[in-house]
Design a protein around this ligand. Structure first.
Ligand SMILES: [Fe+2]
Length: 345
């Protein structure tokens, strides 16, 4: 009898262990219960160009890789072009070795892998682009985000007291058209009535942020949230939406929510005070893996912390869990040799 009880206990332990470490099913957003201490991310990656950074990033041994947009340069409405370009990326030998080594991969899109430069809700091939991105990222067939418009979704990583939540925003599908000046430079002017996220994504985002469970939350926005003075794409092109995000974060930021972004062909760290947050909101932009400006350029960013990075770069999030109740998060932008070029430290 006692032997049977012991056998039963052993079987229960084995089953529970398998359940804990199994890849979660379908709608489950908990990806792993193993502690995640290093997350790498990057953007602006041409599938046609040499990609020397993959072995450099691998040396940092991230548990998770996050594509932050412009993961390929598709710029098309043609499914075959999407497929061929994603396949070219998947077959890139450096990327293939990297992908086999990193346990988890996820990501969002920006304009070029959405299908059109600076595109928004007017782009007609959203569903097609979503299907190809999800194929590229191996998003499960029953992922809850497949049943709704857009690609916004979240995933959780780590044990219950060391939980990291990655919130992947979709800044393209619902975004109203940009407004531009007349004349030769056609620069953007603030659109004070349009939306970036759309109603459903806003509601969903507040649900994610109001959950007290995660110790660390990473918001992935393909376009910059904080840097507001340059003439390119940014949340500040929709000032009402930028303020709405700041107000939401002022309720929930608590020093544990960080933004990462891409798109700009340069890396930089920007900081903005949000009302009740004990620390400024940090937006770390890493761009790009292959596409960067070839020279320094004058650009005002009064919220910048440190220099602009114009060599090819990636981002690294490091979480020190020694005090699990108050983990220390450091986010760095690292260059072609893996050397830190800018850091929140
Ligand atoms: Fe972009």
């Amino acid at each position: 009898m006692r032997r049977a009880e012991n056998l039963h206990a052993i079987l229960v332990t084995i089953v529970l262990t398998l359940v804990c470490y199994a890849v979660p099913s379908s709608a489950d957003t908990l990806v792993t219960t193993e502690t995640v201490s290093r997350i790498a991310f990057g953007s602006c990656n041409s599938e046609r160009k040499p990609q020397p950074l993959w072995p450099v990033i691998a040396k940092d041994e991230p548990s998770l890789w996050i594509w932050t947009g412009d993961n390929i340069y598709a710029d098309t409405e043609d499914a075959q072009v999407f497929r061929a370009k994603y396949d070219q990326q998947l077959e890139h030998p450096g990327y293939g070795a990297f992908a086999r080594r990193v346990p988890f991969m996820t990501g969002t899109w920006d304009d070029h892998d959405y299908g059109v430069n600076d595109g928004g809700n007017e782009y007609p091939k959203k569903e097609l682009a979503k299907a190809e991105l999800y194929r590229f990222l191996s998003v499960p067939d029953d992922d809850v985000s497949r049943e709704r418009p857009g690609i916004y979704r979240h995933y959780d990583y780590g044990p219950a007291d060391q939980r990291v939540r990655v919130i992947l925003l979709d800044t393209r599908w619902f975004r109203d058209p940009l407004q531009r000046t007349e004349g030769p430079d056609r620069s953007y002017i603030p659109n004070t009535v349009g939306t970036v996220l759309g109603d459903a994504q806003w509601t969903w985002l507040e649900t994610q942020l109001s959950d007290p469970e995660p110790e660390v939350t990473i918001i992935v926005s393909s376009i910059q949230v904080v840097a507001s003075e340059h003439r390119f794409e940014k949340w500040a092109n929709f000032p009402n939406e930028q303020n709405r995000l700041y107000e939401l974060l002022s309720k929930y930021q608590g020093g544990k929510v960080f933004v990462i972004s891409g798109d700009r062909h340069a890396g930089e760290i920007s900081a903005e005070s949000v009302k009740s947050g004990p620390t400024p909101l940090i937006d770390v932009t890493s761009s790009g893996l292959t596409n960067t400006w070839s020279r320094q350029f004058d650009e005002t960013n009064s919220r910048a912390l440190g220099p602009k990075v114009i060599e090819n770069n990636y981002g690294l999030i490091e979480i020190d869990w020694r005090d699990a109740a108050s983990p220390v998060v450091t986010i760095s932008i690292k260059g072609t040799e893996g050397v830190i070029q800018a850091t929140t430290l």
